[in-house]
Design a protein around this ligand. Structure first.
Ligand SMILES: N[C@@H](CCC(=O)N[C@@H](CS)C(=O)NCC(=O)O)C(=O)O
Length: 209
């Protein structure tokens, strides 16, 4: 198997952290995002959406979407589970994962696309909408507040145990803080406690942003 990836991009990082948690080694091939290798005809054969990560299976077929790749490995190596084992845990983890992707990551993405780094990197490729960034910045900060309230009452995002919801939220917030200027307010102490705990796991330290 081969993972087409990039050492610091936030979606691939989710897969890297997940694989470290499970102690799974997969050959990694770095895709050069700067030169647009992910949009080349050769890469489009692997993922028609021209995005990373992409997993090449031993039979020559390809899987993309970070969570689909993680689910594939979870099915191959169920323990330690990152998606839950009991019906209740599976449901709860999926609920938090979906909220994190659809409400937090999506708005961080809007702020990123309409922000200063993309303005420099991809001048002319996107029409930037400052009002959209204002709204998504506010939505991200509101989401941080909601997380802080929830983390006051439990250790990890979906309960007592670390899960794919924690991996996804950590990768999203690290990216938001370092590259989108959306650092959680220092007063959100429960969110800060959780961030400290997930950042200290070997899987996070082995796969920094
Ligand atoms: N939903 C996809 C998103 C993948 C994605 O947005 N990857 C980024 C890197 S973090 C990418 O390839 N960006 C280049 C592009 O979209 O052109 C997933 O979860 O894997």
């Amino acid at each position: 198997m081969k993972l087409y990836t990039h050492p610091t991009a936030p979606n691939p990082r989710r897969v890297h952290v997940f694989l470290s948690e499970k102690n799974i080694e997969v050959e990694r091939i770095t895709v050069d995002l700067q030169t647009g290798e992910h949009k080349s005809p050769e890469f489009i054969q692997k993922n028609s959406h021209g995005q990373i990560p992409v997993l090449e299976l031993d039979d020559g077929s390809y899987l993309s979407e970070s969570i689909a790749i993680c689910r594939y490995f979870e099915a191959l190596h169920p323990m330690p589970t990152m998606f839950g084992s009991t019906p209740k845990d599976i449901g709860r983890i999926d609920m938090h994962l979906r909220r994190t992707e659809l409400m937090l990551m999506r708005n961080i993405g809007v702020s990123w696309v309409n922000g200063p780094i993309v303005a420099k990197m991809a001048a002319g490729r996107f029409v930037q909408i400052p009002e959209a960034k204002e709204q998504s910045d506010a939505a991200v900060n509101a989401y941080y507040q909601k997380m802080d309230g929830e983390l006051a009452g439990r250790k990890m995002i979906a309960g007592d145990d670390y899960s794919i919801a924690d991996i996804t939220a950590m990768c999203a917030i690290d990216f938001a803080e370092q590259l989108v200027g959306l650092k959680p307010d220092i007063e959100l102490e429960h969110l800060a406690r959780w961030r400290g705990e997930v950042a200290n796991r070997p899987s996070a330290r082995q796969n920094p942003l």
